[in-house]
Design a protein around this ligand. Structure first.
Ligand code: PMP
Length: 285
């Protein structure tokens, strides 16, 4: 079956789906994006993802290109046209096409909208989660507004590649104080020896992950104790458990950080339980 992409009002064969060379996303990374999980043909936490999209656009002063309901309809159409049962939707909005100039383009320049959807290997992902993944740590050299889900991801690209080259699945960014901020495409968590679940507060130092937000509800419902506070790399090395969260990976146990096995080197019981519970608390559309 051929893939279909939505580009500025049209559904196009994936091969032919393109934006203009002077799209500001292409020229300046001047845009934002969202990634939503699709499960059993439903969009997971769509309302929260669209709310975060709106916030990111507002922060960059890009107009919402269409009503939220219309965007939701296009997302659903992309899922349907690509026959995605379990997978992801990728949505990107840029400041549009205009003659290259760093300052904002003339008023009335229409934002560009691209939406794609594709399947994920759910069984394969469960197998990965059963084994757990390794992460490395790298210096957090990103700008100071990583709370905006911007398409400007060069440090994240380099960090992820460094992880790959060291046989790891993810890179955790570490700030100047030695605290873990987040992963290159996920939020970072540990479980202390005393069983408390710890993650960094969602200030400007991290992206407020939608999975993170929902998981905080799950943690409460499970009667677990949550501490939103920074944690150091050293504390993570000595943690009982560690895991990461993102829309495409849900809750993914971390079993090695740099050269240090976490806990007994196998996925922890809390991470495993939170993964199993997650979708009961998520919103299905
Ligand atoms: N932090 C970063 C830098 C990310 O790219 C992502 C994934 N988009 C996340 C955190 C997790 O966010 P979410 O749970 O909404 O996928």
């Amino acid at each position: 079956m051929s893939r279909i992409a939505y580009v500025n009002g049209r559904y196009l064969p994936h091969q032919a789906a393109a934006v203009h060379v002077e799209d500001r996303g292409y020229q300046f990374s001047d845009g934002v994006y969202e990634v939503c999980e699709v499960r059993d043909g439903c969009v997971i936490d769509q309302r929260r993802h669209l709310a975060r999209l709106k916030r990111s656009l507002d922060e960059l002063r890009i107009d919402m290109p269409m009503a939220e309901a219309a965007l939701a309809t296009v997302m659903r159409e992309c899922v349907w046209r690509n026959r995605v049962r379990d997978g992801i939707i990728y949505l990107q909005i840029t400041r549009g096409v205009a003659r290259r100039d760093h300052a904002f383009p003339p008023p009335g320049t229409r934002p560009s909208v691209v939406i794609t959807a594709h399947g994920l290997d759910v069984v394969g992902n469960e197998r990965i989660a059963a084994d757990g993944v390794a992460v490395i740590t790298v210096a957090d050299n990103r700008w100071q507004r990583v709370d905006i889900k911007s398409i400007s991801l060069l440090p994240n690209v380099l960090a992820k590649q460094a992880a790959r080259e060291r046989g790891a699945k993810e890179a955790w960014f570490v700030d100047a104080e030695g605290n873990v901020t987040e992963g290159s495409s996920s939020n970072a968590w540990i479980v202390t020896k005393g069983g408390k679940v710890v993650t960094r507060p969602a200030d400007h130092g991290i992206l407020r992950g939608i999975t993170r937000t929902v998981l905080i509800e799950v943690i409460g419902a499970q009667g677990l104790q949550l501490e939103e506070r920074p944690f150091t790399v050293e504390e993570a090395y000595g943690a009982r458990e560690a895991f990461l969260t993102s829309a495409s990976q849900i809750v993914m146990p971390v079993v090695r950080i740099d050269e240090h096995p976490v806990g007994n080197g196998a996925p922890g019981s809390i991470a495993t339980a939170l993964r199993a519970e997650f979708h009961r608390h998520a919103e299905w559309t």
